[in-house]
Design a protein around this ligand. Sequence first.
Ligand code: COA
Length: 478
Amino acid sequence: MVTRKKAKRAKSKAAANKSARKVARLNMKKPAIKTPARRNAPPRPSSKPWGEAGRALDGVRILDFTHVQSGPTCTQLLAYMGADVIKVERPGIGDVTRDQLRDVKGADSLYFTMLNGSKRSITIDSKHPKGREVLDRLVKACDVLVENFAPGALDRMGLTWEHIHKVNPRMIVASVKGFGPGPYEDCKVYENVAQCAGGSASTTGFRDGPPLVTGAQIGDSGTGLHLALGIVAALYQRNRTGRGQKVLCAMQDGVLNLARVKLRDQQRLGHGPLAEYSQYGEGVPFGRATPRAGNDSGGGQPGWILKCKGWESDPDAYVYFITQAPVWGAICDLIGKPEWKSDPDYATPPARLPRLRKIFDTIEQWTMTKTKFEVMDICNGYDIPVGPILSMQELAEEPSLRATGTVVEVDHPTRGPYLTVGNPIKLSDSPADVRRSPLLGEHTDEVLRVLLRYSDKEISEIKASGALSAPEKKAEAA
Ligand code: COA
């Protein structure tokens, strides 16, 4: 007969055995769990000084099939962040921008040099059978293929997604196209087409004038920036999945993303007039679509561009002035209208909305007595947000932009020193790598020999085939 005591002892023994087994199991499991966990664990924080632990994209190799502006913007940014960008160009011709808007005879244009810094250049005829072989080797050796050809051009080269994915399943294929899938997907697109198709032009300019395109290249460079983000995200996902994917940025989508506040206003229109647009104060009725708003601020704080001292002769003697509500009192004192602080017509933001024209005209009487930099200095003392209209000349000469590496001077073997825009994204542990753009085919031999490991004999054969040379040279080679 089992006594209660015995049963209790047996139970506690069983429990002890169970926990011993559990401990043993855990102990047994420990190495099994620990080893792979340790292998996959993130590395310990580097003890190297900041900025000396390599660059953010070290080890990422880009097969750069881009041309003109949108694609090159993307790959240049990745190169600044440390990626090895190998630009593939057509033998003898290269990226068409090499000789577009040329300012120095015989030298690559600024159009090209300012969009292709920190890259290597290799010339390959991608439609030549031998060229295709070299390209396949490059596909195997690279992590990302970036292109912004007209729709279908990459496929016509034989570089379909299926082919690339078969040759290198880890390859990310990133493309800029004018439009996404839909009625316009086959269209070729340049900057201003995208600005018009993406909603920027219809909302830029003055109400009584035609739609306007902006100087900032939001269609080209803007879409290149979007693509760079997509590539980095795809690289990150590949760490988990082990496979590449397609990344597509349509220029229309990129522009619309940047113009999203205007789509916001389109929807607000359904609920009444847009009170912060000056047309509201002027009593001009709104139509069905978001109107052009001149220099009205896009946000909830009214603003306008105002003349400053010297505006009669200097086209950039202007300042953007924002009447931010919390500093309204300081603005009134500055412009000599202290009574507006308590006047019910001016004291509150809603009261001011129908009177914006008069308010900005009055502020302008004050700004016209000062240079744009004086306005900036005085207003900043009161936390009033203002922006001097800086010319490109002033930006090129601005010491603080040189100091931060936003404007960089690089030397070039055929055109001499030139200014370029460095990396606008500052990483504290990855200093930007801003170097001059490559000459056409400057790194062809280096890439074939060192990266693709072709022997001297093979390189001679490839060259003799005409796959790396311009059409006229091919005739000689044949
Ligand atoms: N070897 C052989 N052929 C090459 C080559 C190489 N290394 N590199 C390019 N080519 C060929 C292409 O295969 C294509 O030939 P195909 O049309 O016979 O197939 C040809 O060069 C021209 O390419 P494409 O992209 O059509 O150039 P384009 O000058 O006619 O058009 C754009 C230029 C920008 C309008 C067009 O590329 C486009 O719409 N791109 C997408 C949107 C975009 O990025 N626009 C902004 C540009 S800043």
